[in-house]
Design a binder for this molecule. Structure first.
Ligand code: 5RP
Length: 259
């Protein structure tokens, strides 16, 4: 692995802990101004100090995030369908590697739809992104298990995550599930879990705790942070679990104190 790739990965997954709190606000590429992201700059600004990295689209980066930020960026480079067509699980490349370099990002993120009608297209698209990204020492993060009509169990998530890694992903983002340690064990690269739809803060913290205890390298959490009753308190509570090994109960107490 060349120096550049190592350096970009180290900016995302902190070497001291082997963990990362990725703050995800890339939802707009298919959800538009989803609740909490209407004024993305106002949402992101107070939360950034607690994030190890920020996942978003090129438009969000350009229009809502100051270039002076020192938080490493994970650029969403796939898309092509909106929430109005959520039954169509299909994404293609929407950003060139030249643009990713121009934006000085630390990684690129692409969704693969394993098990969906267009799985082949998305896997081939991901392979192309990996080829281009690796040429410049940029890690590719595979977003797996998107879409509602799949059973997010260890069998399926192990399949999707391992396919992603075998295709060349340097990081895999998937969802937490029972027996998650099986998913981690069968994937040769770091896995982070998406938070998914908003759930009670206590449950989201328990999920983050269970995930890192099962071997996840952290979280790529969005809605459960920016849609929380107190987002700044929530991101700090999640950080205490991911980077300081706090228990879910301690983190929830922190959340309530900070709230
Ligand atoms: C949306 C994404 C998000 O990055 C991912 O789902 C994490 O966000 P959340 O925790 O809100 O699910 O890929 O398609």
């Amino acid at each position: 692995m060349d120096w550049g790739m190592k350096n970009r990965l180290a900016r995302i997954i902190r070497p001291k802990t082997g963990r990362t709190l990725m703050f995800a606000v890339d939802h707009g590429y298919f959800m538009g101004p989803t609740s909490g992201l209407e004024n993305l700059d106002e949402t992101v600004e107070p939360l950034l100090p607690y994030a190890d990295s920020l996942m978003l689209t090129r438009g969000a980066l350009r229009y809502y995030v100051t270039a002076e930020t020192d938080v490493p960026i994970i650029l969403r480079v796939s898309g092509g369908t909106s929430i109005l067509n959520k039954q169509i699980l299909h994404e293609g490349i929407t950003v060139s590697m030249e643009e990713a370099i121009r934006l000085n990002v630390s990684a690129v993120a692409f969704s693969i739809m394993v098990g969906a009608d267009y799985e082949r297209d998305t896997l081939l698209g991901f392979a192309k992104v990996v080829d281009q990204a690796e040429r410049y020492g940029i890690p590719a993060l595979a977003v797996t298990a998107v879409g509602k009509d799949i059973d997010r169990d260890a069998k399926y998530l192990s399949l999707a995550s391992r396919i992603a890694a075998e295709m060349g992903a340097r990081i895999v983002k998937t969802y937490f599930c029972q027996e998650f340690e099986k998913v981690v064990r069968s994937c040769p690269v770091p896995i982070v879990i998406a938070g998914g739809k908003k759930i009670p803060e206590k449950d989201a913290l328990q999920m983050a705790y269970n995930a890192v205890q099962s071997g996840a390298s952290g979280v790529d959490m969005g809605r459960n942070i920016f849609q929380a009753d107190a987002p700044v308190a929530m991101v700090q509570a999640v950080r205490s679990i991911v980077q300081e090994d706090a228990t879910a109960n301690t983190a929830f107490e922190m959340y309530n104190d900070l709230k």
